[in-house]
Design a protein around this ligand. Structure first.
Ligand SMILES: [Zn+2]
Ligand SMILES: [Zn+2]
Length: 254
């Protein structure tokens, strides 16, 4: 059972004229703008679309079950990746991470995924493709990273934190492998009551993570020997990954 008609009406009413001093250093304020049902291959969801006073981007929450006013709600924060999520790119694991999270949440009593519209670690699709191109032309990781820029995590989580508040989620269990995400959200006033490890099932494409050659000094290396960034700010864990590989991954983001 998701949000009832009454709850939806109340949420829309209270958000219609919502204004607040904003969340985080960027003083970001969002409003719930529209809510609809979203039956999907991963289960039955409702989709909540947000208006945003800062970046003009249309962030959404994909909600399963009744989460309003609830404690310990499982939450995944996913950053948009057009190439991975939609086109099935194998340069990253975004689609696997997204599908695994939605499938997991769809089978739970309640939970939600925040789909944040910050392509390419917040620098946009063109710059991300530009950086891919640079890597193909022999640029090393540092040079390509400069073109790609660094992700502004603080700004991302401010929007996410406000979205959770708008939905009246009282505390969350964050689906993540990244302890820093928990810290950042906590600083923004979100009560994180626990963590659910984000572990992806093994398939023919991610199997190479199982091999030590995928992990070198805490970095992910692609099949051409080039370092690659974890676009979701979470290193993906794959079922059956060896203990020592997991340890290296965890240490790299502590
Ligand atoms: Zn606000
Ligand atoms: Zn990606």
């Amino acid at each position: 059972m998701g949000l009832t008609h009454m709850q939806i009406k109340e949420l829309l009413d209270e958000n219609r004229a919502h204004e607040c001093e904003g969340v985080g250093p960027g003083k970001v304020c969002v409003r719930i703008a529209a809510i609809a049902e979203l039956p999907s291959r991963f289960g039955f969801f409702q989709i909540v679309a947000f208006y945003n006073n800062k970046d003009g981007k249309e962030h959404v929450a994909v909600v399963h079950g009744d989460v309003s006013g609830k404690e310990n709600v499982p939450v995944r924060v996913h950053s948009e990746c057009l190439t991975g999520d939609v086109l099935g790119s194998l340069r990253c694991d975004c689609r696997d991470q997204l599908e695994t999270a939605l499938r997991m949440i769809g089978q739970m009593e309640g939970g939600l995924l925040l789909y944040m519209r910050q392509e390419g670690r917040g620098i946009g699709l063109v710059n991300k493709i530009r950086a891919y191109g640079l890597q193909e032309h022999g640029y090393d990781t540092v040079e390509a990273n400069l073109a790609l820029g660094f992700r502004d995590d603080e700004r991302d989580y401010s929007v996410a934190a406000h979205m959770l508040e708008s939905l009246h989620v009282r505390s969350i269990r964050l689906i993540t492998n990244n302890p820093r995400k928990i810290e950042d959200l906590t600083h923004l006033g979100i009560k994180v009551s626990g963590r659910i490890p984000h572990v992806m099932p093994v398939n023919e494409y991610n199997r190479f993570y199982l091999e030590t050659k995928a992990v070198k000094s805490g970095h992910l290396i692609d099949l051409n020997g080039k370092e690659r960034l974890a676009e979701q700010a979470d290193y993906p864990f794959v079922e059956g990954m060896r203990e020592e590989v997991l340890e290296v991954l965890l240490a790299s983001q502590a």
